[in-house]
Design a protein around this ligand. Structure first.
Ligand code: HSE
Length: 404
């Protein structure tokens, strides 16, 4: 029997226990051995909970128990999850986590510790919730050189943008409604400013390159400046606006990693990803394009990914599954040299300036926005665009345009 402990009995942690219990027969069969949740670590007590007698408050009870083989770390945050995970790995216990913050901050060290102690540090649930994406990158697409990964990696912002698009509503109103319905946190900063997606793309980008991508160095822009007016033009143009997290290998051995709202056309594979759903679009040099789609958050989808890692650990007891994520930092490209078209909204008073700076662009008008127009520039570098944009006197918004 393989003994499992769950660190943190919140939404995901209780989901892990539920998945192991509900899918017991299947999970045990796939593990090749019976799994048993022996302990649940939490500061709180859970009177009346069917697993209340498994709850312990002292991590040492678990870490000093030689029978425990696998830890599910669903605490979130860096500390004490980091210390507990290190101690578990150093005592040969595998750790399966949903904690993107910890993985983004200390991934290479924890992977190395697992290797040194013949166990595993697995993190399928840290990106894309229930969507299998770590495993495909790590050991399904092993014949590929992955050239680019582009994802909608945050359900909250995708929900907000979809609502804005469907209802013509403004950002602040949709955010408020999303908070009331529980789709957005009381403090939504990490989601709406793109920080959550930034950590996730840093993880995917590290697996893509095999080196370390520091999330602090990833250019990150959130969705707070996107307005109903932007969507009115997007509709006219047959496009959508999505918060994309992307990572691309550039020709000069550098990697571009960034998070930003992008205007994408109907041909783009991520165009149809709506609401709370996430998707990751992967470009390999042999396979070409493949896409992974599903629920990127929520109790059972995320718990399902954690349990899939538990099964993998159970199948590889005493062995470390290869994971290529070195501590060496990747060479990240500055975004100023990257080229793309830009969507721009300006006041009518800037019309002559637009022609002088951007040439004969096609002017787009939207209903009810008489004193302004929009246009899409030619492909140009971020630097060139910023220099031209600085010369406009009434630029109302600019959104990067991404073509497939
Ligand atoms: N806040 C995240 C989201 C939760 O909205 O996608 C999953 O990481």
């Amino acid at each position: 029997m393989i003994q499992v402990a769950v660190f943190g009995y919140g939404t995901v942690g209780s989901g892990v226990v539920e998945v192991i219990e509900k899918n017991k027969e299947m999970v045990n069969k796939k593990s090749g051995e019976e799994l048993n949740v022996k302990y649940i670590l939490d500061l709180r007590d859970f009177p009346g909970d069917p697993y209340e007698n498994k709850v312990v408050h002292d991590v040492d009870v678990i870490l000093n128990d030689p029978d425990v083989n696998i830890i599910c770390e669903t605490m979130g945050g860096v500390e004490p999850a980091y210390t507990f995970s290190k101690r578990a790995l150093m005592s040969g216990k595998s750790v399966c986590t949903s904690n993107k913050e910890l993985v983004a901050n200390h991934g290479p060290e924890l992977i190395r510790l697992a290797k040194e102690n013949n166990c595993n540090y697995l993190f399928e649930a840290s990106v894309g919730g229930g969507i299998p994406i770590i495993r495909p990158l790590n050991y399904s697409l092993t014949a590929e050189k992955i050239e680019a990964v582009t994802g909608i990696l945050n359900g909250t912002t995708n929900y907000i943008l979809t609502k804005m698009e469907q209802e013509g509503a403004d950002f602040a109103d949709v955010l408020k409604e999303a908070q009331e319905k529980g789709y957005a946190e009381k403090d939504p900063t990490a989601d709406i400013e793109g920080y959550d997606a930034c950590r996730k793309i840093a993880i995917l980008s590290s697996l893509m390159t095999g080196k370390n991508v520091k999330y602090e160095d990833v250019y990150t822009e959130g969705i707070t400046k996107i307005s109903a007016a932007d969507f009115a033009y997007a509709k006219k143009l047959g496009r959508s606006i999505k918060l994309l997290a992307m990572s691309k290998e550039l020709a000069n051995d550098e990697t571009l990693a960034m998070v930003s709202p992008f205007m994408i056309d109907a041909e783009h594979p991520l165009h149809m990803v709506n609401g709370v759903f996430n998707a990751v679009f992967v470009r390999g040099n042999m396979l070409g394009d493949s896409m992974y789609y599903g629920r990127g958050a929520g109790k059972l989808p995320t718990a399902s990914a954690v349990v899939s890692d538990v099964v993998d650990c159970a199948r590889h007891m005493g062995k470390t599954i290869m994971c290529f994520w070195d501590a060496e930092d990747v060479k990240l490209a500055g975004i100023e040299t990257v080229s793309r078209p830009f969507f721009v909204r300006v006041g009518e008073t800037d019309a002559a300036k637009v022609q002088e700076l951007f040439g004969n662009v096609e002017k787009v008008k939207a209903d009810g926005l008489e004193d302004e127009f929009a246009f899409i520039t030619e492909t140009m570098t971020e630097k060139e665009f910023a220099e031209k944009a600085a010369k406009l006197s009434d630029m109302r918004s600019r959104i990067r345009v991404e073509n497939v």
